[in-house]
Ligand binder design. Structure first.
Ligand code: GDP
Length: 290
């Protein structure tokens, strides 16, 4: 692993390979390259700043590994700090009602299908439902997915509000003694007050065990602000980062963990029903660094 990273930072490391002492100059040179890598991975600007400050303080105050050159040692420290922030290897889901929130097109509905598939394979009794009353096509999409996975989809008479659907779905899920109810909510192209108000009411009505924010890894620098708005309004318990099969390096994982303290629970790695993976901090740390 370290070899891979040091290869990536070979230019600055080569320059410094001969330095035997951790001078401020060595530290600054390596951290400049790391900073560029983090920004390129779309880690939030402020997060990059506070993260690097911590690494810098640690590097300058500690005895570094004797077996490594100072430059390699700094890269190692960066990797270690990244993994620490990104959190535990396995984040379990609490049984109960799992509310999915996020903007439209991020992969929310697809992810519900994937998670239903995963939980069913673990022998849980899973059911799904959608409160997206404004987009019948989205409800139909989830219904189709549930048929494919082989879990019940709860549908109700037309004309109900999103909050009413949520309440009825929870009543039925309780009556049937299910382990999980995965509940889809309406997405919007942008955050708006009406959406947040509706989500707050749904939260109040269903008392979810988890509120998962689905974020598109390709979203870029604006993504943290959007996630923060959802977190402040609802209190997220986890994030699922989708489209990690693409070019995105996943800097958003670091941003949400560092700035919001919310764990990443899963990552989406494709369009198929099996394409959901647990979150491995070390893999993402490596990817974020390039
Ligand atoms: P929603 O509007 O948030 O419910 O988004 P959808 O679930 O409809 O997904 C939007 C698009 O993203 C669809 O074409 C999905 O197939 C695609 N998608 C979702 N997750 C992933 C993923 O992890 N990787 C890739 N490549 N595509 C994904």
């Amino acid at each position: 692993m370290l070899e891979l990273l040091t290869e990536k930072f070979s230019k600055s490391l080569l320059r410094l390979r001969d330095s035997r002492k951790v001078t401020e100059k060595v530290v600054n040179d390596v951290l400049r390259d790391i900073r560029a890598a983090l920004l390129e991975a779309d880690v939030d600007y402020q997060v990059v700043k506070s993260f690097l400050k911590r690494v810098r303080d640690r590097v300058l105050s500690e005895d570094l590994k004797k077996s490594l050159s100072p430059a390699d040692s700094i890269v190692f420290t960066v990797y270690e700090e990244l993994t620490k922030i990104l959190g535990q290897q396995k984040e379990d889901l609490k049984k109960g009602v799992v509310l999915f929130v996020g903007l439209q097109g991020t992969g929310k509905t697809t992810t519900i299908g994937k998670l239903a598939h995963m939980l069913k394979a673990q022998n849980y009794n899973v059911t799904v439902s959608s409160t997206d009353v404004r987009r019948p096509a989205a409800m139909l999409q989830l219904q189709r997915l549930s048929e494919k996975v082989g879990v019940p989809y709860y549908s109700f008479e037309e004309g109900l509000s999103a909050v009413d659907i949520a309440k009825k779905a929870v009543e039925r899920y309780k009556k049937e003694g299910m382990d999980f109810l995965l509940l889809d909510t309406a997405g919007r192209l942008h955050v708006d007050e009406e959406l947040m108000e509706e989500l707050k009411q749904i939260k109040e009505a269903v008392k979810p065990s988890e509120i998962l924010y689905v974020a598109d890894a390709m979203q870029g620098q604006e993504a943290l602000n959007v996630a923060r708005t959802f977190h402040e309004a609802l209190g997220l318990t986890g994030v699922i980062l989708t489209k990690m099969d693409g070019d995105a390096r996943g800097g958003l994982a670091l941003s949400v963990r560092e700035a919001l303290g919310v764990p990443i629970k899963f990552i989406g790695v494709g369009e198929k029903i099996e394409d959901l993976e647990p979150f491995y901090p070390d893999r993402i740390a490596q990817r974020i660094l390039g």
